[in-house]
Design a protein around this ligand. Structure first.
Ligand SMILES: [Zn+2]
Ligand SMILES: [Zn+2]
Length: 76
């Protein structure tokens, strides 16, 4: 019986690692208020979901959204 429990725990641990990895890949802190913002699709244009912030910024540069970003890497 101990074997089954270990297997389950091992699977759970792998799953948790995988979801941690996903969070690391798809969220970045807002450059202005530092709240984690989730990336939506292939667009580099980010908008902070915080009502008091609403900062528009670039995923790639972690800077305020600008013309260079729009021309160079809007979609990656
Ligand atoms: Zn913000
Ligand atoms: Zn940029």
């Amino acid at each position: 019986m101990g074997f089954e429990i270990d297997e389950h725990a091992a699977m759970q641990a792998r799953w948790e690692d995988a979801s941690k990895e996903t969070i690391k890949r798809t969220t970045k802190p807002c450059p202005k208020c530092h709240v984690p913002v989730e990336k939506d699709g292939g667009c580099m244009h980010m908008k902070c979901p915080q009502r008091q912030c609403k900062f528009e910024w670039c995923w790639k540069c972690s800077l305020e959204w600008n013309r260079t970003c729009m021309g160079d890497h809007w979609f990656d």
